[in-house]
Design a protein around this ligand. Structure first.
Ligand SMILES: *Cc1c(COP(=O)(O)O)cnc(C)c1O
Length: 235
């Protein structure tokens, strides 16, 4: 093991420990919370160290970077999560490489994903991204936008909508983050009846390095953590 491999393994163990403590305090089982290690800051070798240390779910926010890493021989065992903005012209190439797309934020993108996965005889797993902070610089559907899309999901049989994703406001610290996260959870409960039969919004992807414990407390099932895993590692 190299120095980097050791550091990454230690960082990962520390993050996993904090996830398990947060789940515990929230009265939740640790198995309900999945860590997606966000590797956008580091190269393929450093990403592979996470895989070797026992974290199979890796996330990238840029399609091109995901394409590059997903085809690296050292990273073929990883399960990739697309967590950033996805343009329609990048769907075709991204779909076969990913386990879950967290960031679907328009009907047009949903339609492209459905068409592309139909062509390959697949069913794409996705989350709908909601803008809970009201921050106009952020991607994500409005509440109304979400409510408009949900009843139409039956017309996209090659897409499985597994839940919702959000990013907390950067300002306001954990109090604001907690409000953004509980908003997403309550919204999920509120719109359950707008979904076609068989669509269950079980997943809530929320929480990053600085607010994942708050997110777990508010019901996150997927936390997307980058920075904390690379402390002490040059990037
Ligand atoms: C970068 C990124 C993360 C991880 O952020 P950290 O603060 O480094 O943990 C999570 N989600 C998305 C969408 C990101 O782009």
């Amino acid at each position: 093991m190299t120095h980097i491999d050791n550091l990454i393994a230690e960082n990962l163990a520390r993050v996993q420990q904090r996830i398990s403590q947060a789940a515990d305090s929230a009265g939740r089982a640790v198995e309900e919370v999945q860590l997606v290690a966000v590797t956008k800051y580091v190269d393929a070798a450093t990403s592979a160290a996470l895989l070797a240390a026992g974290c199979p779910a890796l996330g990238e926010s840029r399609p091109q970077q995901l394409w590059g890493k997903a085809t690296e021989p050292t990273l073929t065992e990883a399960r990739w999560h697309m967590i950033g903005h996805l343009q329609r012209n990048k769907v075709e190439r991204t779909l076969p490489l990913v386990d879950l797309i967290h960031s679907v934020d328009s009907l047009r993108l949903l339609k492209s994903i459905d068409e592309s996965s139909a062509k390959h005889g697949r069913c794409a797993r996705i989350l709908l991204e909601v803008n809970c902070s009201g921050d106009i610089a952020k991607h994500g559907l409005t509440t109304d936008g979400l409510k408009e899309i949900l009843p139409q999901l039956a017309t996209f049989p090659h897409v499985e909508v597994c839940g919702l994703m959000t990013m907390a406001s950067r300002e306001g610290g954990v109090t604001t983050a907690a409000r953004n996260f509980s908003f997403l959870r309550e919204l999920r409960d509120q719109v359950a009846g707008d979904c076609p039969p068989g669509t269950i919004l079980a997943e809530l992807s929320m929480g990053m390095s600085h607010d994942f414990e708050t997110a777990i407390c508010e019901g996150a099932t997927l936390v997307r953590i980058g920075s904390l895993l690379f402390e002490g590692v040059a990037r």
